[in-house]
Write a protein that binds this ligand. Structure first.
Ligand code: UGA
Length: 437
């Protein structure tokens, strides 16, 4: 099939290459010429395991362009542009609206437009007013991929969700998308067909549930901190109950990234608009618990070191999670900036995030007190404390004795509860976890 993918960020670029991997002819379109140039050369514009290899493997069926007219040859058009957080907390729909507006003149009768972006309820219904006059069909097919596993999640998803218009149009749209995903469906992947509003809700509900699970365990960490209990053992113990499950119960400095934080805020904003704000008011607590985690690390360091003014602090981790260079709403970077604002000299190390962070640090006017590197040994040299802010494997596997020999004081704050605390204590470190001793 001939497919266009509008928007070539984490979601769109990986989706485009994955559709080519399924055997389709794909054109990826984005307004950013530098991004398109890089993709066209087979170079991933962001760090995503397996994506470079997939780009190369699918090069003969995959092209990229900046002009929307390139979509005219395709019959199926995926819309995968971003919906960042607007100033009032709601989802900013500028890119979705302009993608649809740009695409409409190039649609032909019988084409299928498939929305993948995370949008507030009512969006698909609203956009169908622009798409329907072209005699093309519109569907909403939310994406559940995780950064760091984007290729795997796209090609082997847990489930496919189709939001379809009412009546026979829904059956036609479903049949076309089934053809696109034939290889995935052949693996017995569950496929759920529902109306637009339900499909839109599924996505934000899933992310809100995950965010709630993380904030629940972080609330338990706050509780454990004042009682001497261990939140890690608590999570292990409750996680054995299969109704609860152990995944997404890792306490620490909380969730960040381009999805969970903005999705819960957008969900609250839309619910308030619809007059059911009360139903989702608990998500404000979820957000508050999460944001408190970022100040917790600064508080622990202050307890241990007194004033942070003039202290040297190493932070391992800048990206919002391991195996990613994404620094959007990263708890690790927020903490490094807070420490720098408290008067400390901060060196942040990250295998991937060290580079993209530099422009943001410069914009914040913190370049003099916060520097970044990809060398985590250099970062700890002479430091009064080490903070673990992103659980990259390379950090977890470090030898505590070697690290201790480089530092001025042996103090480690394990913001992700990911170190072997006994090994670090045995190497002479004062160890502070998040809700565990
Ligand atoms: C999230 C969802 O997991 C995906 O299913 C969804 O498709 C995606 O958002 C999206 O909306 O596009 P992602 O943002 O890649 O994926 O990251 P997650 O793996 O969900 O992690 C989010 C944050 O939670 C990270 O900062 C991570 O460190 C934190 N986290 C995760 C915890 O603090 N504790 C945990 O136990 C798990």
């Amino acid at each position: 099939m001939k497919i266009s993918v509008i928007g070539c960020g984490y979601l769109g670029a990986v989706h485009a290459a994955s559709m080519a991997e399924l055997g389709h002819e794909v054109i990826g379109i984005d307004v950013d010429p530098a991004r398109i140039e890089s993709l066209q050369q087979g170079i991933a514009p962001f760090h995503e395991p397996g994506f470079d290899a997939l780009l190369k493997k699918t090069a003969s069926r995959l092209t990229f362009a900046t002009d929307m007219s390139s979509a005219a040859d395709a019959n199926v058009h995926f819309v995968a542009v971003g919906t960042p957080q607007a100033a009032d907390g709601s989802a900013d729909m500028t890119f979705v609206n302009s993608a649809i507006e740009g695409l409409v003149p190039h649609l032909s009768e019988g084409d299928l437009v498939v929305g993948k972006s995370t949008v507030p309820v009512g969006t698909a219904e609203r956009l169908s007013a622009s798409v329907t006059p072209t005699a093309a069909l519109l569907m909403w097919n939310p994406e559940f991929l995780r950064e760091g596993f984007a290729v795997e999640d796209t090609l082997s998803p847990d489930r496919l969700v189709y939001g379809v218009p009412e009546g026979t149009d829904g059956d036609t749209a479903t049949a076309v998308l089934d053809e696109v995903y034939a290889e995935i469906l052949a693996k017995d992947t569950p496929r759920l067909v529902m109306n637009f509003a339900t499909a839109e809700l599924v996505k934000v509900a899933a992310n809100s549930f995950l965010a709630t699970k993380i904030s629940f365990i972080n609330a338990m960490a706050e509780r454990a901190d004042v009682t001497g209990a261990s939140v890690t053992q608590l999570a292990d113990a409750i996680g054995y109950d299969t109704r609860i499950g152990r995944r997404f119960l890792n306490a620490g400095i909380g969730f960040g990234g381009g999805c969970l934080p903005k999705d819960i805020r957008g969900f609250i904003a839309r619910a308030e608009e619809l007059g059911v704000g009360k139903a989702l008011s608990f998500l404000k607590d979820v957000d508050d618990i999460n944001m408190r985690r970022r100040t917790r690390v600064v508080d622990v360091l202050t307890e241990e070191l007194g004033s942070l003014d003039g202290k040297t602090i190493a932070v391992w981790g800048i990206s919002f999670k391991p195996d990613s260079d994404d620094i959007r709403d990263s708890p690790a970077l927020d903490i490094a900036e807070s420490l720098a604002r408290s008067g400390a000299t901060v060196v942040s190390a990250d295998p991937e995030g060290w580079k993209p962070a530099q422009a943001r640090i410069e914009r914040a006017g913190l370049s003099a007190s916060l520097t970044t590197t990809d060398n985590h040994h250099a970062a700890v040299t002479g430091a009064d404390a080490l903070v673990i802010a992103t659980e990259w494997k390379v950090f977890q596997e470090e030898d505590a004795t070697t690290i201790g020999s480089l530092m001025a004081q042996k103090l480690v704050v394990d913001g992700r509860n990911c170190l072997d605390s006994d090994a670090w204590k045995a190497a002479g470190f004062r160890y502070r976890g998040m809700g565990r001793a």
